[in-house]
Ligand binder design. Structure first.
Ligand code: FAD
Length: 426
């Protein structure tokens, strides 16, 4: 018998329930379809290409290979299944509206092959597994997390020993080059190994400090599935770190139940956001005149990654201080983040904007107080805003009190902006 193992963003051989199930068939086609409808920014295209090349190497070591097609995924998967006479097609269930529609289109397009959708590939606890009485998902994190902690984790799975490929043309791996985090399972596992060997033990103390390497930087590997979230949680053990992975599960279960929450206000608040192209451009470029905001925005452009605390500060600044629509900010992040993820990005944006699941939707983060607390020595600002490199803390966070040629004056008065927001929300 033959099966098709469709890889999407689960680009790994370790702890991959989708691949493990497919490999039980006599022969299996590990397949990746380059979806021509999805346009991927350069950094992510490079990370993806490296991840696919690494997956291909791992499959070849086991006697198989990655088969690559491009075009419409439903059409290509159906064709491959027919070509090898597959009885089963395996795929990881995913939470975005696009992925959910793709899965149902695939289910009806397949002729004699049966589709197996695996809901335990991307998250630790499958979306929909936990729900409050009478509802289909949790909308508040704390009660979700209380129940989440009681769920026993499944076992972590070893890679299949052998992959037996039927006769089929493998096609060409996509090519792309560039710098940044190296993509792929091998690089991701190395990072996970280094992380659990030591730094994770300081996570609770250091994860909010902007200038430190206090977080795992595993997000892109988790997004593309080069590293399994379940395996990361099992190996790390640390409670504060595992709790962040529970946040990831939380946002995934919200999106699975409410796919439109990627683009529509979760709470249906109907904010009348301002229109201000100039302010939006200044925010995007990291030239708002508020150093901590600018440092975060410039880190994003330089590295394709931003510290979580900076994501909160910059998102709060856009939505609550400038009072601009969270969707424009979410889109900019999606265009530049290597770890861009509809569930984690768009639902965190809603959380910060107070349109989503935050239980204190009208709280406004004061960027100056945030800066003094989480960048007390000014090292983070100094790293990304070289115009201010000559200033010491705490003055570096309020440069309008010094002479700083080349650095803009603040584009907004923070106190006035706070009142504007609170009045608008009333
Ligand atoms: P660590 O602190 O080491 O955490 C480990 C893992 O836990 C992360 O890799 C991530 O998978 C998960 N995690 C941590 N914090 C969160 C969180 N608040 N919500 C969901 N999962 C979390 N994360 C993304 O993966 N992709 C995004 O597109 C994304 N956009 C964001 C946008 C905004 C406005 C905000 C406030 C947060 C966003 N996050 C996003 C969550 C978080 O900022 C990143 O996951 C984290 O900074 C990645 O760095 P790390 O791997 O070193 O995290």
């Amino acid at each position: 018998s033959a099966a098709v193992a469709v890889f999407t963003r689960d680009l790994r051989v370790h702890d991959n329930p989708m691949l493990a199930a497919a490999a039980r068939a006599g022969k299996v086609v590990p397949l990746f379809v380059v979806d021509e409808k999805i346009s991927v920014p350069d950094g992510r295209a490079r990370f993806l290409a490296e991840s696919l090349a690494d997956l291909d190497r791992s499959l070849r070591e086991r006697g198989g290979a990655l088969v690559v097609r491009s075009g419409d995924p439903v059409d290509q998967i159906r064709r491959v299944a027919e070509e090898v006479g597959a009885e089963r097609v395996h795929i990881a269930a995913d939470v975005s509206g696009y992925a959910q529609a793709r899965e149902s289109a695939l289910r009806s397009a397949l002729g004699r092959a049966v589709l197996h959708s695996h809901d335990d590939v991307h998250t630790i606890v499958p979306p929909g597994f936990l729900a409050p009485q009478g509802k289909d998902h949790f909308s508040v994190f704390t009660p979700y997390y209380r129940r989440w902690r009681e769920v026993p984790w499944r076992r972590s799975l070893a890679p299949p020993e052998a992959i037996r490929l039927p006769a089929i043309d493998a096609g060409d791996l996509p090519q792309a080059s560039g710098g940044g985090f190296p993509g792929g399972e091998t690089a991701g596992r190395r990072r996970l190994g280094d992380w659990v060997a030591g730094p994770v033990r300081d996570y609770a103390r250091r994860h909010d400090l902007l200038a430190e390497e206090g977080t795992s930087r595993l997000s892109a590997y988790l997004h593309f599935g080069c590293v399994s979230a379940l395996e990361a949680a099992r190996r790390a053990g640390d409670e504060a770190f595992v709790r962040q992975l529970a946040w990831r599960d939380f946002h995934h279960q919200v999106l699975a139940a409410r796919p439109d929450a990627a683009y529509r206000d979760y709470r249906g608040r109907g904010d009348r956001w301002r229109d201000d192209e100039e302010a939006l451009d200044a925010w995007r470029a990291g030239r708002t005149g508020i150093p901590i905001v600018d440092a975060g925005m410039r880190q994003l452009l330089a590295e394709g990654w931003m510290h979580n605390r900076a994501r909160m500060i910059t998102a709060s600044f856009l939505t609550k201080t400038l009072y601009l629509d969270w969707r424009t900010g979410a889109r900019h992040f999606l265009d530049h983040l290597l770890d861009a993820d509809i569930a984690n990005n768009n639902l965190n944006w809603q959380w910060v904007a107070g349109t989503g699941t935050d239980t204190r939707p009208n709280r406004v983060l004061n960027p100056l107080r945030q800066a003094e607390r989480f960048d007390p020595d000014g090292d983070y600002v100094r790293r990304y805003v070289p115009e201010l490199a000559g200033l010491a803390a705490p003055g570096i966070h309020r440069p309008w009190r010094s002479r700083t040629p080349g650095y803009p004056a603040p584009i907004v008065d923070l106190e006035e902006a706070r009142r504007r927001f609170l009045t608008a929300r009333r």
